[in-house]
Each structure stands twice: as C-alpha cells, then as structure tokens.
Write a protein that binds this ligand. Sequence first.
Ligand SMILES: [Zn+2]
Length: 509
Amino acid sequence: MKAAIAYLRFSSPSQGDGDSLKRQKKLIDEWLKVHPEYQLDDTTYEDLGLSAFKGKHADSGAFADFMDALNHGVIAAGTVLLIESLDRLSREKIGDATERLKRILICDVDVVTLCDNTHYTKESLNDPYAIIKAILIAQRANEESEIKSSRVKASWRRKREEAEKTGTIMTRACPRWLRVSEDRKSFEVIEENVSTIIKIFDLRKENASLHRITKYLNDRNIKTLSGVEGQWHPSSIQKILSNKALIGICTPSYRARNQGLTEIHNYYPKILSDESFFEIQELRLAPFGRVVVKENPLLINLLRTILRCRYCNSTMIVTSVSGSHHGYYACPMKRLHRCSAPLIKREMVDDIIIGCVLFNAREFESEPLNVDKTIQLNSRNVEVMLEIKNLISAIKLAPDVSSLADELRLLDKEFKRNETALQVIMSRNKKMNIKNIQDMDLQKKDDREQCRNYAYKTFQTITIDTVAKKCNIHFITGLCFNNFPLTKTLTVSSIKNALLYIDGETVYF
Ligand SMILES: [Zn+2]
C-alpha cells in the first residue's frame, strides 16, 4: 500500500481553529475514501499560523521539514503529498511554488491538489501544460495575497482621505504635464507639455486620426511628454486623449476602484474644460475609424461587432446586399459548416433593433443601473487584467502559444470593450452630443455611420436566434431584454410596461 502525506497550512492563527483546518481535513478524508490504495501516513505536516508568526519568508516549519525528509530520501517513491492547493506550497514568489513542486516531483513523490483534484506526477514535468496550469494557479494565489496586503492599503486610504478633504498631494508621482512643487504643497504646470496636449486635442477635434496626429508630432520633432523627440505612438496619444487628469480628476487604478475607491475631483489643476474633453471622448469611442463607403450606404453594418450568433457566439456578418436590397445577417461559421444557424432577413432585424429599440433606448434605460454596472465592469476588468498577466507568463514558458495567444486576444478585446462601456456610461451622464436619432435617414451614409456609433454605445451585445427569430439584447448600462421578438413590432409603451416586471436587470419577453 502506498503512503499519503497530508500537509496543512494556515496563514493566520485565527484561521487555525476555524474552518480552514476543518475544510482541509475533510478534503483529505474524501480523497482517501476514493483512493483506498493509499494509507495516510502518521506524520502530518502542519504549519499552523506560520506565516503570521514568522513572516511570510519563513523558510522553517513543517514544510521545510518535509523538504528535508524528501531530500534525505526518507519519503518513499510513489508517496503522494496531499495539499489543499498549490498556494499552500508558497505564498511567496510564484517561482518558489513551482520550483518546490518540481523538486518534489523529481523525487518521484506525487502531489495532489485537493481543491481541483489535480494529480501531478513525475510525468507532469514532461507535460508543459500541466506545469503551466500549476504556475497559473500559484500565481493567482500570489496575486490574492498581494491584494490582501492591508497595511499598504490603510496608509493609502489615509492619504486619500486627506487629499479629498484638504487637497493634500498624495504622492510625487503625477501626470507628465505636471510636477509637484519643492514644498510638496502644489502642482506646477509644465507649459511645453501642455501646449503639445492642446495641439493634440485640436488636431483630434478636426477629426485627425491617431496615426495622423502621431505623424504630425514626429515630423515636427515635438518632444513626447517624457521629453524624447520623434517617439510618438498612436497608443500614447490615445492615452492622453482619454486621461481624465486633464480635467483635474484623479482616477484610482482598476484594482483600487474595485475596492470602492472613487475619483477625486479637482485634485489636479485643470488643463482643459470639461466640454472640450468630453467632446473628444464622443469621437474616440467607436473603433470603426472613418472608412469612406463610396458605394451603397447599405453596406454599412449598423450592428457591426454587436450582433452575435446564439448558437456559436460568432459575430454575425451581412451578406447579399445589392441596390436597395438589405440582404441578410449570416453566421460566418455556417459557410464553414461549423454552425447551422440559418440566414435572417436584415431588414426585419434592423427594423426592430434599430427602429424600435435603439431609437427609443433612452426611454428604457434607467439611471440607477449605471452605478452598479460601473462597479461590475471595473471588477471584471481587474479579473481580466490578472488573467492577461497570467497568460503572458504562461506564454513565455509554453512550447506552442497559438491557443494561449487566441485566449489573450479575446481577453484583450473584452478589456477594451469594458473600457468603452465605462466611458460611455461616464460621458452619457455628462451629455450626449448626438443628432436627434429619430431624424436620421438610414438611407444616407453619414447618418448610417452615426447610427452605427450610437448602436455601439448603446448595446453591449445582441445574441440572435435566427431559428426562433428572437434575440437577447444586452445594453451597456446592464439592462437586458431576453427573448425579444423580431417578428412583431412592440410599441414603446408596451416595452415600458414590461419594464415594470424587471427581474434584477433582466426583462423577459
Ligand atoms: Zn453560428
């Protein structure tokens, strides 16, 4: 019979007598029941509250004893080490946890993580994905303990409170067009950088693309905000264009916002008026440049990137447009025989989604939803950011990166989409700089483009069931219409009536 060794660990003494111990013991019992070929060794390694007593870098305690026993060959090959999760191996640097895992496996001792029931063996060392997964899990634990570092948080909270009350400057770090004065009591404006920023806003206001602005600045050897000539990049320009510090607002990081920190207004000196700032935000929200469609205006897909196939979640495309014929929405996977969703008449869908829903959207969206949605989007983006970070570390180690890269691309897309949604909600609360939607002539190119931008700022996604001819409409504000019929026109008042029976954020039709 093979031996199983249990390793228990608690990060604080207060956890020791509580649920953590019970939970870990219960997991061990359950595992042993399912694996009767193993017998629990008498020696159980327990680090009770070690990290709290000795600091997290403690290299002593039960785990060190276990490694000692392992290195001296006391632990027989084929033994399994049972731990709740890999983060029990180390709350320290991520490299440590995987290094320890490798060292144990090399000695022909297996490791089972009880939380996800993963069995690592010596063979796992040859399977890069197993180790990558282990790294990701350990990294996640590492991130979490980083977030938990409460001491740092408390000191920042105090600084913030003071900043909000008295305008005290929190840190010397500040936007690149400002510097903190010697006595640390005020901000000084760096005129050269400010005039560059104003030039960027002026160019953008004249509808110059990010690339054109980049070229303009580089051609004239205008210094970047960090003082280098000819090093402008579209992404840095985009960052400047959306930086709320220009209108005096200090914005906490995603992670901080997730913990409930809010913006501090009038923290920085204002470089721009609110009007000129928000006007530009309107311009930069939609990702569809200014493509000139010389041909048929109907080629402009009003629901581009928004409309998705209910069956395979692909983004629907427009086909068979000619003359005044609107054509169809089609799932691109159908052509590849990977999806069976039939075509659906575009005119019918647009009539309902644009004519009935979009044109009346402001009547359906209620303000209170916005607040929750902002928090939700923020916390989702914190998660997305962590996932992106973890994936990047995984890619560095992976032998074949294409599937990881695809995942990374999707996360990046989601991140940007959430950013847009946050900006939409933010600028919507200010003012909406748009031609009266009801007056739009959807036969005209310009109006169609404007309508498409408006749809992009209104809908998060619309998943369409082309068989049942129904769709789920997710608004950017969080509101959701489920099973919205595409075959009959509902009046504004009947939709509003349905809103009375809203369940959370969802209305069922
Ligand atoms: Zn499909």
